[in-house]
Design a protein around this ligand. Structure first.
Ligand code: ASP
Length: 584
């Protein structure tokens, strides 16, 4: 028997008990006649004590030779500790050791395995198994497990069934590139890894499974942005015989359940907003509604004077920054530089200081009088003491620039409190999205998303303004889930493929199986998927999803620990019928 107890569970009640413990050596303090070792395992830390008087000589000597991260087994008696340590759960007691066995030695670890470590990101990723021994990482993984359990509990209680779907499949259109896997047995042919189980879950609905979910890996070969993983996990769900309202209710319930069970928070409001409203009010389809700073459109009150920049703009829009009225000239200049950074891309920024005495001082006083500026203050909700920041230009671009400024200022002003949770449904997304590069429409969600019935007639004439029965769940400014009511009619699905630029042959080659299935009694259905990694990170109050993944990839999609991706040898390539064509 390696252990009678864990390193985290012994307390005063156990005094005088004989115990056996196994774990890693966290720290050794050697006074010659006395040695202390902190022993660690997943459950905690406990102090071992060895001394000349009470410990056999050879045991004391072995203890003196212990290095950090050695794996040892000890056996001894629980005794009361002389100087108690209130920082650890076992701080009232210690183990007077009688026997010690070195189960395994360890090289000196490349970084300290403590809550605060001296190891940089790269080093910790290379030795992730050591990083996992540290509390912050270990606790994140345990936290993730708990969230997963609550998801399964809730959905199972609602009669959902977890069903696995295959990983070796054919392309699924979620808008990214596929990771492909060559087939040895089928010369020249490839599987694609699922970008999501989308088509399979729809087929499960045709199969009558009615309420499906799966906590599942998805794979998308995208240019990596910070905090995105090429393989990630979704809580994937689908339901049959439902309307949008039914789906929103179930997953509002799941979100409430998670916040309650995991965070102890009861969510009062679960507001809804259309995509159009989100874009107009926040310039963003995933607005953080924990704070105000709503957009005020100023076209009506700013385009009547001789200020050409505004008069030429499609949109003039501003926000009020609370307390910004006291910013110095230098601070405001810095803000202007910030919006002009290439990542934001504004050409400039007009500002209005709202003085405490009710007067206004702006960067465009030459063009606008106090009455004009008062109207701007009303439109943006600015109060005395605030700073109104105004951007102008092409509508979509300007909105997204102002949204970036809004988020930045909220961050700086500490308005994005990680312990406050504000979910929001964003509804009625556009069905199609124009892609400048390929000069054609793409499905904004995916090609199986149903247009709103009342908008179908616009498909031919105004495809860009057709709205979809598609929805996103936003939490604190993050999109944590998205889904849609699906098309279940073969003809409408064919029409969709046509609008997306598929020829009939292409559609048949890629999605023939789904179209076939739709001819055998497909029920009305819809669903959604939550991004599990992000959801866990937000609930955990951390910024990065990497912290909640045991073995994440780095920003270039590499696993630096196992060194993947890697070359394969010529025999393997040959077996797969693959010839490399790499330009030097
Ligand atoms: N398959 C979709 C996605 O991965 C989710 C859904 O529509 O259910 O975003």
């Amino acid at each position: 028997m390696y252990r009678s107890h864990t390193c985290g569970e012994l307390r005063k009640e156990h005094i005088n008990e004989e115990v056996t413990l196994s774990g890693w050596v966290q720290k050794v303090r050697d006074k010659g006649f006395m040695v202390w070792i902190d022993l660690r395992d997943r459950y905690g830390i406990i102090q071992l004590i060895f001394d000349e008087e009470r410990t056999p000589k050879d045991v004391l000597e072995t203890a003196q030779q212990m290095g950090r991260e050695f794996v040892i087994q000890v056996n001894g008696t629980v005794i009361e500790r002389v100087s108690k340590n209130p920082n650890i759960d076992t701080g009232d007691i210690e183990i007077l050791v009688k026997n010690i066995t070195v189960l395994n030695k360890s090289k000196t670890p490349p970084f300290t395995i403590e809550n605060e470590t001296d190891g940089g990101d790269d080093l910790r990723m290379k030795y992730r198994y050591l990083d996992i021994r540290r509390n912050p990482v270990k606790n994140s993984l345990i936290f993730r497990h708990k969230v997963g359990i609550e998801v399964r509990n809730y959905l199972s209680n609602q009669d959902f069934i977890e069903i696995e779907t295959p990983y070796l499949i054919k392309s699924t259109p979620e808008g990214a590139r596929d990771f492909v896997v060559p087939s040895r047995m089928n010369e020249g042919q490839f599987y694609a890894l699922p970008q999501s189980p989308q088509t399979f879950k729809q087929l499960l609905m045709v199969g009558g499974m009615d309420k499906y979910f799966q906590i599942v890996k998805c794979f998308r070969d995208e240019d990596l942005r910070a905090d995105r993983q090429p393989e990630f996990t979704q809580i994937d769900c689908e339901m049959a015989f439902v309307e949008q309202e039914d789906i929103l209710n179930v997953f509002e319930g799941l979100t409430r359940h998670l916040l309650k069970e995991i965070k102890g928070i009861e969510i009062k409001d679960f507001p809804r907003m259309t995509y159009d409203e989100a874009m107009r009010k926040y310039g963003n389809d995933k607005p953080d509604i924990r704070f105000g700073m709503e957009f005020g459109e100023l076209n009506n009150v700013a385009q009547h004077k001789e200020f050409k920049v505004f008069n030429d703009a499609e949109l003039v829009v501003g926000i009020a920054i609370p307390g910004g009225g006291s910013y110095t000239r230098k601070e405001i200049d810095k803000l202007i530089d910030w919006v002009k950074r290439p990542q934001v891309g504004a050409l400039g920024m007009v500002y209005v200081k709202c003085n405490e005495d009710g007067s206004y001082k702006s960067s465009v006083d030459k063009f606008y009088d106090q009455e004009d500026l008062k109207a701007w203050a009303e439109a943006t909700g600015a109060k005395p003491g605030d700073l109104i920041c105004v951007l102008s230009g092409q509508a979509n671009k300007t909105r997204s620039q102002l949204s970036a400024l809004r988020m930045e200022m909220a961050e700086r002003l500490g308005l994005r409190n990680p312990e406050e949770f504000a979910p929001l449904w964003v509804l009625d997304f556009p069905l199609l999205e124009w892609d400048e590069e390929s000069e054609r429409f793409h499905a904004m969600h995916h090609p199986f998303t149903s247009p709103k019935p009342e908008d179908i007639k616009l498909l031919d004439t105004e495809p860009g303004s057709v709205r979809a029965n598609a929805y996103d769940l936003v939490l604190n400014g993050n999109e944590i889930g998205g889904g849609s009511i699906r098309i279940y009619d073969k003809d409408l699905q064919s029409l969709m493929f046509k609008h997306l630029g598929f020829t009939e042959e292409e559609a048949k080659a890629q999605f023939g199986f789904l179209m076939d299935a739709f001819q055998y009694g497909a029920p009305p259905h819809g669903g959604l998927a939550f991004g599990f990694d992000r959801l866990v990170a937000i609930l955990g109050g951390q910024e990065t999803i990497r912290d909640y993944i045991a073995f994440p990839k780095n920003n270039s999609g590499r696993d630096v620990m196992i060194d993947a991706p890697a070359k394969i040898d010529n025999d393997q390539l040959k077996e797969l019928h693959i010839k490399l064509n790499i330009q030097e």
